[in-house]
Ligand binder design. Structure first.
Ligand code: FMN
Length: 347
């Protein structure tokens, strides 16, 4: 076994050379300079800033045009009248400033993020993010299609128009962060790539509302992920990697907490493994723990580099090609034994 220091962790993501495949995904820790610096010091290969939301940009523009129409002498009054507008005002400017600051302070690539559900004039903000120095752009397409009049095909068309619009507006590489709820995931992923995406980030983690039974209020609460949630991106990256080709960048997000989790997603073909919950739970230094677990695993199993591991267990190379598909459903259900499950496991 070689020493762990000699293991080469470099990877390429969205055309960027990263020193490590462990990336800090969009979240509260990349929302300020200190957090981004701590993550870079702990060894992440790149940081993704939290998203600038379509709603924030639009609200800002509504506020601005209202103020222009009302005349500058009435601006303060207008903001009092529309408190939500005043809250949003300048969110985009703050975001651009933060991006510039972080870019100056860290040596790793900085990926800006836009969160959207429809195309529109606000899309020009993608260009502003590029001008502010972003190395790449992540477009988070986040929607819950509740309109019963809309078909899956119509919803997909709107998403594809958005992807096309953003990709056409910038010369930066764009990664699209998708939800796992498309009915024809493989076909849709291929169309997102055809629309101009250089990468896919799989998957968006939706926060499901709960009910407070005392007040009967709908409660929205962010829960950190558990490691088993990693199996959904694991499956889809294994399926999509051989279909979409080695040139496309794939990022795994959701449930990645340990070095073993990183090994698994790289093995099925991810270029990077993204973490938010684990870092929120254990702090930025957790990145160096995960990195050293990754190094140890690679050295113990005689891998000299991440490149050697990447994609070695995709659906195309797996001895049991059906393992990632439906065929294993029956086998998995039949594998349940009551005795084995009497004691609950950690997850
Ligand atoms: C508190 C919190 C804030 C987040 N903010 C964003 C965001 O602004 N944009 C985004 O694309 N994802 C956001 N995410 C999602 C994460 O980037 C990540 O995809 C998700 O948490 C799953 O990864 P994990 O299991 O490592 O947490 C957020 C997650 C958390 C927990």
């Amino acid at each position: 076994m070689e020493g762990t220091d000699s293991v080469d962790l470099r990877t390429t993501y969205l055309g960027l050379q990263l020193s490590s495949p462990i990336v800090a995904s969009a979240g509260p820790l990349t929302r300020d300079l200190a957090g981004a610096k701590a993550l870079a010091d702990a060894g992440v290969g790149a940081v993704v800033l939290p998203s600038l939301f379509e709603e924030e940009i639009i609200a800002e523009e509504v506020g601005l045009s209202f103020a222009l129409e009302a005349g500058s002498e009435h601006f303060a009054e207008a903001l009092d009248y529309f408190p939500t507008v005043s809250n949003f005002t300048s969110e985009a400017d703050r975001y651009l400033e933060l991006l510039e600051e972080i870019k100056k302070a860290v040596r790793v690539p900085v990926i800006a993020s836009l969160n959207a559900s429809s195309t529109g004039g606000w899309v020009r903000y993608a260009k502003l993010l590029e001008e502010a120095g972003a190395d790449a752009l992540e477009l988070n397409v986040y929607r819950v299609p509740t309109n019963p009049e809309l078909t899956a095909a119509q919803v997909e068309e709107v998403d594809l128009a958005l992807v096309k619009n953003v990709c056409a507006g910038v010369s930066l590489p764009v990664a699209v962060k998708l939800s796992p709820y498309y009915s024809a995931m493989a076909g849709f992923a291929a169309r997102v790539v055809a629309a101009g995406a250089s990468g896919l980030v799989l998957f968006n983690r939706f926060y499901q509302p709960d009910l407070d039974l005392e007040t009967m209020d709908v409660v929205s609460k962010v829960e950190l992920s558990r490691t088993w949630e990693m199996r959904l991106p694991l499956r889809w990256i294994a399926i999509l990697r051989p279909q979409l080709g080695a040139g496309l960048s794939l990022a795994a997000t959701s449930g990645i907490h340990t070095g073993s989790d990183v090994v698994k997603v790289l093995a099925v073909g991810a270029d990077v493994a993204m973490m938010t919950s684990a870092i929120l739970h254990s702090g930025p230094r957790h990145v160096s723990v995960v990195e050293s677990e990754l190094r140890s695993w690679l050295a113990e199993h005689d891998y000299t580099s991440v490149a050697q591991l990447r994609g070695s267990v995709s659906q195309a190379t797996s001895l049991d090609a059906s393992a990632f598909e439906r065929a294993n459903y029956l086998k998995t259900l039949h594998s349940w034994t009551t005795a084995e499950h009497l004691v609950p496991g950690p997850d």
